[in-house]
Design a protein around this ligand. Sequence first.
Ligand SMILES: C[S@@+](CC[C@H](N)C(=O)[O-])C[C@H]1O[C@@H](n2cnc3c(N)ncnc32)[C@H](O)[C@@H]1O
Ligand SMILES: Nc1nc2[nH]cc(C(=O)O)c2c(=O)[nH]1
Ligand code: SF4
Ligand SMILES: [Mg+2]
Length: 232
Amino acid sequence: MDAPIIEIFSSIQGEGLLIGERQIFVRLAGCNLNCTYCDTKNSQSANVGTMMSVNQVLEKIEELSTPDLGSISYTGGEPMLHADFISELIKKTETKSLLETNGTLPKELTKLEDLDWASMDIKLPEHFDNTWSDKILENEISFIKLLIEQDTKLYCKLVVLPSTKISTVEKVLKHISSEISGHMEIPLIIQPASPLELWEGNTDKLFQFSEVAGKYMKVYTIPQIHKFLNIE
Ligand SMILES: C[S@@+](CC[C@H](N)C(=O)[O-])C[C@H]1O[C@@H](n2cnc3c(N)ncnc32)[C@H](O)[C@@H]1O
Ligand SMILES: Nc1nc2[nH]cc(C(=O)O)c2c(=O)[nH]1
Ligand code: SF4
Ligand SMILES: [Mg+2]
């Protein structure tokens, strides 16, 4: 079995609850969404990257392993487009696994019952040109329910822009909370969109996002630290 791999690299996790942990990132190509803010545009086409086998990826992971390695992060693009491939890798590695996903392919999640951690984005309608569908949110809610059912540790991420409406955040999180009973226990990382220059003079909005989100989930506001450190 092969999959299109954009890059495999060792870095420090720059986002979310595992922030600061040494990780090996496996970035798979292709995405089924087109978020306006995406900082990984080159990964959206399935035709980029190099076709690699599971064993070739395992060899690269071995090569990049260091004593401080905490986890292997499967990202993209949208890695759930390659769930069978990731399932094979998880089965053949001891290290903790983290999935970085947009949560829109819940049917594929049944293939990853051994997944340790998932970071699932909650996408907002205003972050798409004209390609938003309510199905995106419906699938993300199913994805959260399935992660809870299969005991995968979960945190959600919400990328915000200074222009993101507070009312949109409230509407989406209210809907998710009406569908997920343990919503207050789910960590939600408010992630300011990079480039961080966007936030000069706009940081008051971050407090407003935190206050509205804190009504529905356990909220943390954390920028991408790899962008500060200028590491991959
Ligand atoms: C490149 S995506 C790949 C995984 C998956 N497709 C997703 O969107 O969750 C990895 C993470 O980077 C975040 N991200 C992408 N562009 C960003 C930006 N300009 N600023 C902050 N976070 C960004 C995404 O929201 C997601 O949490
Ligand atoms: N250092 C670092 N941390 C990350 N966390 C999520 C990333 C991603 O692109 O999925 C990422 C990334 O690209 N680099
Ligand atoms: S889902 Fe993830 S990879 Fe795809 S466009 Fe959005 S941020 Fe980029
Ligand atoms: Mg990245």
